[in-house]
Design a binder for this molecule. Structure first.
Ligand code: PRP
Ligand code: MN
Ligand code: MG
Length: 182
């Protein structure tokens, strides 16, 4: 019905580029957590692709859990006030937690999530994010693993949506202006 290719401007990161970077990050994580407990926490829905692709690259045994959060209130973009739509099943007491995210934009979602998860008594909480926009640097979110820093453009694919579409693209692309300027 709709032609997805016509909605895209250009491919910013190919499937191969994403995969190669994940190989490197997985190797780092295996090293950093060697011999230790590790719980991956994916943030729905955007993180599904990176969670699946990162987790299957790890030699390290991990548990995987999920959280769904939503920016609270009127806003178009994160207000910094976040509502939990689905909480974790796991008890974080004494656990090493690695939050897995698709993108850090303003950083507000993650900075809220960090303090929320840290209040639950974990041994550690770190962040792995596939993409980071320069604006995120404005917040004090300390990210241990970053895939790529990208320009401040609207991107979709590899978990990232525009109005819930394009998440299933295996690459990251910029969206053509005509799609969101109507
Ligand atoms: C997107 C993205 C991150 C967050 C980043 O999620 O997946 O979770 O926004 O934005 P921030 O750094 O400005 O807080 P979204 O709220 O769109 O939900 P989704 O993952 O279900 O698409
Ligand atoms: Mn998200
Ligand atoms: Mg979204």
């Amino acid at each position: 019905e709709s032609d997805v290719a016509g909605d895209l401007e250009s491919v910013l990161l190919s499937e191969e580029q994403l995969g190669r970077r994940l190989d490197e990050i997985a190797e780092q994580i295996d090293r950093d957590y060697a011999g230790q407990d590790l719980l991956l926490v994916g943030v729905l829905k955007g993180a599904v692709m990176v969670m699946a692709d990162l987790a299957r690259r790890l030699g390290h045994p991990v548990e995987m859990d999920w959280m769904a959060v939503s920016s609270y209130g009127s806003g178009t973009k994160s207000s910094g006030v976040v509502r939990i739509l689905k909480d974790l099943d796991a008890d974080l007491t004494g656990r090493n937690v690695l939050i897995v995210e698709d993108i850090i934009d303003s950083g507000l979602t993650l900075s809220w999530l960090l303090s929320n998860l840290r209040s639950r008594g974990p041994a550690s909480v770190e962040i792995a994010a596939m993409l980071r926009k320069p604006d995120a640097a404005k917040t004090d979110v300390d990210v241990r693993y970053v895939g790529f820093d990208i320009p401040n453009e609207f991107v979709v694919g590899y978990g990232l949506d525009y109005a819930e579409k394009y998440r299933n693209l295996p690459f990251v692309a910029t969206l053509a202006a005509h799609v969101y300027s109507v």
